[in-house]
Design a binder for this molecule. Sequence first.
Ligand SMILES: Cc1cc2nc3c(=O)[nH]c(=O)nc-3n(C[C@H](O)[C@H](O)[C@H](O)COP(=O)(O)OP(=O)(O)OC[C@H]3O[C@@H](n4cnc5c(N)ncnc54)[C@H](O)[C@@H]3O)c2cc1C
Length: 384
Amino acid sequence: MRESAPAEQALILDSVARFLDRDVRPHVRQLEHDDIYPGEMVEKMKALGLFGATIPAEYGGLGLGARTYAKIVEQVSTVWMSLSGIFNSHLIMAAAVQRFGTPAQKASFLPRFASGELRGGLALTEPDCGTDLQAVRTTARRDGDGYVVNGTKTWISNGIQGRCFALLVKTDPKAEPRHRGMSLFLAEKGPGFTVSRKLEKLGYKGIDSAELVFSDFRIPADRLIGGEEGHGLQHALGGLELGRINVAARGVGVAQAALDEAVRYSQVRKTFGKPISQHQAIQLKLGEMATQVQAARLLVDHAASAYDLGERCDMEAGMAKLFATEAAVNVSLESMRIHGGYGYSKEFTVERLYRDAPLLVIGEGTNEMQRIIIARQLIARNPV
Ligand SMILES: Cc1cc2nc3c(=O)[nH]c(=O)nc-3n(C[C@H](O)[C@H](O)[C@H](O)COP(=O)(O)OP(=O)(O)OC[C@H]3O[C@@H](n4cnc5c(N)ncnc54)[C@H](O)[C@@H]3O)c2cc1C
């Protein structure tokens, strides 16, 4: 991915900022509390080109680099993290096609992904496995000129509103090592592919999270990404560096929003005759919070720069993901404390940030796994 030119970056960030101020900020609280899918915002996001942000221009996308993309994700997440989820996992699905798809798959799917006409996400997790993806049980059995899929996927973002998913299955359930029997398909909704239920969540509302059921779902063979069985895990995990940068950028956005709320509130709330921002106990918190936010932002930018240069950045993306998402959890909790009782009220923004942040330490590889990935890379890069 190339780095975007400064003028191009400023232009897109400015358009996104205007969209957020005019069309999102005034409506977030209501939509979020009522858990309503933001259909009108999605139409505007299509017009802005966000569904094609990282898809190359030759397929109708904006072709932005990871640094600019991360800044967009941060910006969107300072206002409403759920909105970023609507285009983030969609773009990770697109990235699998970009990187590993056949020329015919690229030509057929990428333009429709880029325009937002065909939207979706990633269908990897199952009721019995998330971290250990090699344990997936959904199968695709070869049958004539296609495959027959059976199984259940859960926690799938955009599962109800989306129509196309990168679906991880076993084409050879007996293969050893297990990943050799795994394949990734582009599954468009049709007979045998149903949404069994919408999942209720602590936060990350508005965006739909669903359980998907495949029951003798027939899929043409030309939907197998890359056209060859046995590479599914590699194809699904191939987008992980960008995925982690993306989740880390969400963390920066949520943490920044929580910090902004705290800085504002602490100057208007008075106790013992002065604004609480003048009490040293609150200053200690603000100082720590601001430092965490800025450090997180720099780690994201560092990882994104390496990604744009085509350098290996699994450790860098893991560090950014780990630090920025823990910062989102810490800073939103500290901001809530600074708000006192009002931090617990549904009338203040900080309660949403506090409910949204914990997802970030789980999704796109849990933070327990990030620590392990970082350590393994550290050792691999420094052999004795
Ligand atoms: C709101 C939401 C949206 C999501 N969206 C999607 C989506 O769009 N597509 C999709 O495919 N999935 C999605 N997920 C699923 C998510 O990716 C998984 O929840 C995540 O990968 C963790 O898997 P798990 O929940 O099965 O936890 P488990 O894998 O069961 O892990 C449980 C705990 O054990 C720890 N653990 C597991 N293995 C190890 C190990 N080897 N060493 C140390 N600790 C370990 C984990 O860190 C965790 O703390 C979403 C989840 C949520 C909550």
